[in-house]
Design a protein around this ligand. Structure first.
Ligand code: KIV
Ligand code: NA
Length: 265
C-alpha cells in the first residue's frame, strides 16, 4: 500500500474528510492499527503512563522511547509514524530540538516529530522544518506543563482563546504540518480549525477538528478506572485479557491444559 505522507493529510483537510490518529507503542498494535487504515500513528510520550507505569509523562526519556518508535516504524507498512519529543529533550534550544529529532528519525526511523508548545516554540519548529523534519505541534492542555498549568484543566477558555489562536497560527507560520489541540472548548477548536490552513488534531477539542486522536489503551479499554470525558471506549481489552489469563490459570490448575493435541510425542 502507498505510504501516507504529510500532503495526504493536507488533502484530507482540503476535502473536508476527518481522519483518525491513534497512539501505538509496539509491533502488534502498530500492525493492527496500520491494517485498520489509521493513517497516522503517534508514539506518544504518554508511553510514560501507558507503558512504563509512571504517574505523569514527565519522567520518560528519549532512550526509553526510541526502542518503541523503532518497533512501530518496523511494523507499520503504510502509516505515517510521529515520535513525541519527551520533556526536557527539546525545550532548551532549537539546536537541542534538532539533535533529539535527528535521533528519533535516524535511530527510530520516525517520519515526523511532535512537540508541545505555542508561539515560544516557533523558532524550534522552524529549525526542524528547515532541516527536513516534519513537525506536528501540540497546544491547549500540554501534559509536560502540568505543573505550570495547575493540573489537568481545559485551556483556551474566555480571554485565553485569542492566545490559543495566536499559538496555532505561529506554529503554522513556522512550518508545522498539523497541530494537536488538547482539552480546549469545542468553539475555540472550531475557530482554530477554520483559521488554519494545516490540519488540526483534536483530543477533547470537540467534533470540528480535522482529525481526532486517542491513546489506544483508552480507545480499546485496556486502561481501567475513570477515563477523561473525551475518551470513548470501543472495546473491553482489559476484560478480554484478564478473562484469558484467568481461564489459562484455571485450566493449568485443573490439569486440563495442555491437552493431548498440545503435546509432542
Ligand atoms: O502522548 C500522547 O499520547 C499525545 C496525544 C494524546 C496527542 O500527545
Ligand atoms: Na504527548
Amino acid at each position: 500500500a502507498k505510504k501516507v505522507r504529510i500532503h495526504h493529510l493536507q488533502q484530507l483537510k482540503d476535502r473536508g474528510e476527518p481522519w483518525p490518529m491513534l497512539t501505538a507503542y509496539d509491533m502488534y498494535t502498530a500492525e493492527l492499527f496500520d491494517e485498520a487504515g489509521i493513517p497516522v500513528l503517534l508514539v506518544g510520550d504518554s508511553a510514560a503512563n501507558n507503558v512504563f507505569g509512571y504517574d505523569t509523562s514527565l519522567p520518560v526519556t528519549v532512550d526509553e522511547l526510541l526502542p518503541l518508535v523503532r518497533a512501530v516504524t518496523r511494523a507499520a507498512k503504510r502509516a505515517l509514524v510521529v515520535a513525541d519529543l519527551p520533556f526536557g529533550s527539546y525545550q532548551l534550544s532549537p539546536e537541542q530540538a534538532l539533535a533529539t529529532s535527528v535521533r528519533f528519525m535516524k535511530e527510530g526511523r520516525a517520519h515526523a516529530i511532535k512537540l508541545e508548545g505555542g508561539r515560544r516554540f516557533a523558532p524550534h519548529v522552524e529549525a526542524l522544518t528547515g532541516a527536513g523534519v516534519p513537525v506536528m505541534g501540540h497546544i491547549g492542555f500540554t501534559p509536560q506543563s502540568e505543573h505550570n498549568l495547575g493540573g489537568y484543566r481545559v485551556q483556551g477558555r474566555g480571554e485565553a482563546g485569542a492566545a490559543l489562536i495566536a499559538d496555532a497560527l505561529a506554529l503554522q507560520e513556522a512550518g508545522a504540518f498539523a497541530v494537536v489541540m488538547e482539552m480546549v472548548p469545542a468553539e475555540v477548536a472550531k475557530q482554530v480549525t477554520h483559521e488554519l490552513k494545516i490540519p488540526t488534531v483534536g483530543i477533547g477539542a470537540g467534533p470540528d477538528c480535522d482529525a481526532q486522536v486517542l491513546v489506544w489503551q483508552d480507545m480499546a479499554g485496556l486502561r481501567r478506572g475513570k477515563a477523561p470525558r473525551f475518551v470513548k471506549r470501543y472495546a473491553d481489552v482489559a476484560g478480554a485479557l484478564s478473562g484469558a489469563a484467568a481461564a489459562f490459570a484455571d485450566e493449568v490448575r485443573r490439569g486440563e491444559f495442555p491437552a493431548p493435541e498440545h503435546a509432542f510425542h
